[in-house]
Design a protein around this ligand. Structure first.
Ligand SMILES: C[S@@+](CC[C@H](N)C(=O)[O-])C[C@H]1O[C@@H](n2cnc3c(N)ncnc32)[C@H](O)[C@@H]1O
Length: 259
C-alpha cells in the first residue's frame, strides 16, 4: 500500500528484525545532539530544539490534554521519550512502548531525571500486548510507517482503543516537498545512504482513509514543510510562508481518528 525507499528496483524484504536493528543503532534525535543528555535540563534542551521545528506538537498536546484530562494514553514508538514527557507533564496517564531496548532505557531515564511518571516497556506495534479497549487515546508520531506491515499496526490501534477513543497518528506524506527532494537526491528519509532506514512507507490521504476505514471518523491535516535535517534552510524561510507551505505540501500527515 505504501512506498518505501527500497522499492526502487529492490524487493521489499525488510523484516521487523531489520527495523529493530536500525533503530537500535540510530536512537531517533541523537544525531542532532553532541552528547547523550545526562540531566533533566539537557533533556528539556533537546526537546526545545525538537519543538522549535515541530511547532504543531505542543499545540496538539495542549488541546488533547485539556479535552481529555487524566486520560489513559498509549504511545507507540517513544524513541528518546520527548513526547512521552510532554504527555506525562500534562497529567496524562501514559504507557509508552518502543521496539528497541535503547529507546525504552532512554525514555525511562528521561522520566526519572525529570520527575515524571509513565509505564515504559518494549513492544511491537504489529502485535500490541494490551487487551481490547484498554486506552482512551493512542498516540504515535513518525513510527507506524517504519513498521513492515503498517495496515496491521492501524488495526492494532483500533483494537486497543475504547469505543469512542481517539487515535493521534503521524504518517509521512507522499504528496510533499520533502518526498520530492529526497527522491531527486536518492536519499533515504531517515538514516543515510550508507545506513538507510530499512522501512519508510509514505502515504497519500486516500490510502490513509482506506487504512482507517474501521474508524468512525478520520480527519487529516498536513503540516511541517521540512525535516529537522534541513537546518539553516528552515530558518531562512519566513514563519508565515513556512506555515502556509507546510499546510499544503508538508511532510506530516496528522491523523485524528475516532474509534
Ligand atoms: C523515527 S523514530 C520516532 C520516535 C519518536 N516517536 C519521535 O518522534 O522522536 C521511530 C521509532 O519507532 C520505533 N518503531 C519502529 N517500528 C516499531 C514497531 N513495530 N513497534 C514499536 N516501535 C517501533 C523505532 O524503534 C523508533 O524508536
Amino acid at each position: 500500500m505504501g512506498q518505501t525507499t527500497r522499492q526502487q528496483g529492490e524487493a521489499m524484504t525488510a523484516t521487523l528484525e531489520d527495523v529493530r536493528q536500525f533503530w537500535t543503532n540510530n536512537l531517533n534525535g541523537m544525531k542532532f545532539l553532541e552528547n547523550f543528555p545526562e540531566s533533566a535540563d539537557q533533556f528539556w534542551a533537546a526537546s526545545a530544539f525538537r519543538y522549535k521545528y515541530h511547532v504543531h506538537l505542543p499545540r496538539l498536546f495542549d488541546r488533547i490534554a485539556a479535552a481529555h484530562p487524566g486520560a489513559r494514553l498509549l504511545e507507540i514508538g517513544c524513541g528518546m521519550g520527548d513526547d512521552t514527557a510532554q504527555w506525562a507533564k500534562r497529567g496524562i496517564q501514559v504507557t509508552a512502548i518502543d521496539l528497541t531496548e535503547p529507546a525504552v532505557a532512554c525514555t525511562k531515564e528521561r522520566l526519572r531525571l525529570c520527575g515524571l511518571e509513565a509505564t515504559v516497556q518494549q513492544g511491537n506495534a504489529e502485535a500490541l500486548a494490551f487487551a481490547d479497549g484498554s486506552f482512551d487515546l493512542v498516540y504515535s508520531f513518525g513510527v507506524l510507517h517504519h513498521s513492515p506491515d503498517t495496515p496491521r499496526t492501524i488495526d492494532e490501534v483500533w483494537r486497543v482503543l475504547k469505543p469512542g477513543g481517539r487515535a493521534l497518528i503521524m504518517l509521512y506524506n507522499r504528496k510533499s516537498l520533502n518526498y520530492v527532494v529526497h527522491r531527486l537526491l536518492h536519499y533515504p528519509f531517515d538514516g543515510s545512504r550508507e545506513d538507510p532506514c530499512p522501512v519508510e512507507h509514505t502515504y497519500t490521504q486516500e490510502q490513509i482513509r482506506r487504512m482507517f476505514r474501521k474508524f468512525k471518523s478520520c480527519a487529516i491535516e498536513v503540516d511541517y514543510l521540512f525535516g529537522t535535517g534541513y537546518g539553516a534552510v528552515n530558518d531562512l524561510i519566513p514563519k508565515g510562508l513556512h506555515q502556509y507551505l507546510g499546510r499544503r505540501i508538508g511532510w506530516h500527515l496528522m491523523i485524528e481518528a475516532v474509534r
